[in-house]
Ligand binder design. Sequence first.
Ligand SMILES: NC(=O)c1ccc[n+]([C@@H]2O[C@H](COP(=O)([O-])OP(=O)(O)OC[C@H]3O[C@@H](n4cnc5c(N)ncnc54)[C@H](OP(=O)(O)O)[C@@H]3O)[C@@H](O)[C@H]2O)c1
Length: 271
Amino acid sequence: MRVGDLEVNRLGFGAMRVLGTPDIWGPPKDPANARKVLRRAYELGANFFDTAESYGPHTNETVIAEAMHPYPKDLVIATKCGLVRPKPSRWDEDARPEKLRTDLEGSLKRLKLDCLHLWQLHAPDPRVPLEESLGVMADAQRAGKVRHIGVSNFSVKELARARKVAKIVSVQNRYSLDDRNEEDVLAHCEKLGIAFLPWYPLGAGRAVRASKIKRVAKRLGAAPAQVAIAWLLAKSPVMLPIPGTSSLAHLEENMAAAKIQLSREDLAELD
Ligand SMILES: NC(=O)c1ccc[n+]([C@@H]2O[C@H](COP(=O)([O-])OP(=O)(O)OC[C@H]3O[C@@H](n4cnc5c(N)ncnc54)[C@H](OP(=O)(O)O)[C@@H]3O)[C@@H](O)[C@H]2O)c1
C-alpha cells in the first residue's frame, strides 16, 4: 500500500511499546531487547515504524536510530509532534508554532535524518488554530525537511480544515474491532485514498481477551491477536495497522497475522 508516494507493507509496527515502561517514560527498560524487537520487526516485513517525539519523551526515536541507522532504503519512519510530557501520566497538547519547530529539529537530530519520512501532528491543540500548526508543518515540507504530512486524533471536519493547508497523506486514530467510533474518519480516508493508521489496534491488549475473537481464533488455530490484526487488514485497503509490543514472541505472532485470510463467515461472526 502507499503512504503518499512511499510504498509500504500492509502491516506496520508501533514502536512506542519497545520502551517496555508502563507510562512510555524514560529510557527503554531493556535497551538490547528494544533494539532486537525493532530489527526483528523489520526482518519480518514491517517497513513502517510509528513513533513520536513524546514517547519517552525522545527515547523512542533515539532507540530507533540506535537499532536501525543507517536505515534500509525501504524503511519508513513516521514520527509525531505537538505533545508535551510534564510528567509520566501527562500527554498535553502543545502545537504552538515554536513547539513544532523545536520538535522538528529534535526529531531530525535523534532519528539522524535530513528529511522526516512522515511527520504527523499528534493531536489538535484546542488553544492553537489547527491552520497555524499545519502551516508550520507545510513550511517544513517546503523547506525539504519533511517528505509527507499526517495527522492524528482528527475528526472528519478537522481533516477537511487540515487539507486546505497541507497535503495530508495519513490519519492516525484509535480504532480496533471493539472500538469503532472513528468509522466515519476511516470511510473518509477510503474516499480520499489516504492511509488510516489505527492506534490501539489490539485495544492495548484487550482484544486478545474478547470472547468472539477467542472463538474465531480457536477455530482457525490462530492466536487472538492475529485474528484482531487480520480483521483490520480485511476491513479496508487503506488500513495500516501498527500493533506494538516489547516481546519478541508477540512480535512473531503479530507479524504472522498478515498471512491469515479470514473467511466471509469469520468476518460475519466478528462483526
Ligand atoms: N496517535 C496516538 O495518539 C497514539 C496513541 C497510542 C498509541 N499510538 C501508536 O499506536 C501503536 C499501537 O498502540 P499500542 O502499542 O499502545 O497498543 P496495541 O498495539 O493495541 O497493544 C499493545 C499491547 O498489547 C500487548 N500485545 C501485543 N501483542 C500481543 C500478543 N500477540 N498477545 C498478547 N498481547 C499482546 C502488548 O504487550 P507486550 O509488550 O507484553 O506484548 C501491549 O501491552 C503504538 O505503539 C504507538 O506507535 C498512537
